[in-house]
Design a protein around this ligand. Structure first.
Ligand SMILES: Cc1cc2nc3c(=O)[nH]c(=O)nc-3n(C[C@H](O)[C@H](O)[C@H](O)COP(=O)(O)O)c2cc1C
Length: 221
């Protein structure tokens, strides 16, 4: 919730005396184990809803950037990649098909941590998409069949009618994955870890992928 005018800004930052890794030189050689650790910690602490929510930016055909939230469902540390799932017939998917370059950001606000990623998105394979779709609650599986993401909708009622039709089609038993629904894997070529510090003297570690791993440099805040 945003602070109301006239009230002091709430700073619900969890004290973090042990989190000194990014203050030390040399910096960690690989950003992904730290991303995983930060994400796990945010889930364990329950300090924010959907800590795996990421803002995902793509490029429109005319070069304009556009951004929306998605949920990061997997961090693949070894590959240096993150995975999200979506309707592949929607707008973001068309933009990715046209230009695979994307940028995304995680925010772990309670600990003043941010992770920026730039990279390329490609579709995950059918087995991966099937497995994730099968793990979803039945209601969301049916909704995936009822909705054609990003297409115009005549009315809310029309969407609910479509859901009723889909529910009749799959009254019980497993719901198959819609052919256009599935995952995207973003393989990072740049990553920045950011950790807020008092007096705006923040820590920033900027990683660039090189053949053998990652090249890292510290940036001014
Ligand atoms: C917290 C949050 C999480 C979301 N997660 C997803 C997601 O994992 N996949 C998805 O397709 N849309 C997700 N959405 C909806 C998207 O932001 C977006 O409205 C939708 O994907 C259509 O985007 P597009 O028209 O650019 O393709 C999420 C929205 C919010 C606010």
């Amino acid at each position: 919730m945003l602070p109301r005018p006239g009230r002091p800004t709430l700073r619900a930052v969890i004290p973090d005396p042990d989190d000194l890794w990014i203050q030390a030189d040399p910096l960690p050689t690989d950003p992904f184990p730290l991303l995983s650790a930060w994400l796990d910690q945010a889930f364990e602490e329950g300090s924010q809803r959907n800590p795996h929510a990421i803002a995902l930016a793509t490029l429109c055909a005319d070069g304009r950037p556009t951004v929306r939230m998605v949920l990061c469902k997997r961090v693949e540390s070894e590959a240096g990649a993150v995975v999200f799932y979506t309707d592949r017939s929607g707008r973001k998917s068309a933009e990715i098909e046209a230009d695979a370059r994307v940028a995304l950001v995680f925010s772990f606000a309670a600990r003043e941590r941010q992770v920026r990623i730039e990279g390329r998105a490609t579709q995950t394979d059918a087995a991966d998409s099937d497995a994730y779709f099968a793990s979803r609650p039945r209601g969301t599986q049916l909704a995936a069949h009822a909705s054609r993401q990003s297409q115009p909708l005549r009315s809310r009622h029309a969407l609910e009618q479509e859901l009723a039709r889909v529910t009749e089609r799959f009254p019980s038993g497993p719901v198959p994955r819609p052919p256009d629904w599935g995952g995207f894997r973003v393989v990072a070529d740049r990553v920045e870890l950011w950790r807020g510090r008092p007096s705006r003297l923040h820590d920033r570690a900027s990683y660039r992928r090189i053949d053998a791993g990652w090249e890292v440099e510290r940036l001014q805040p």
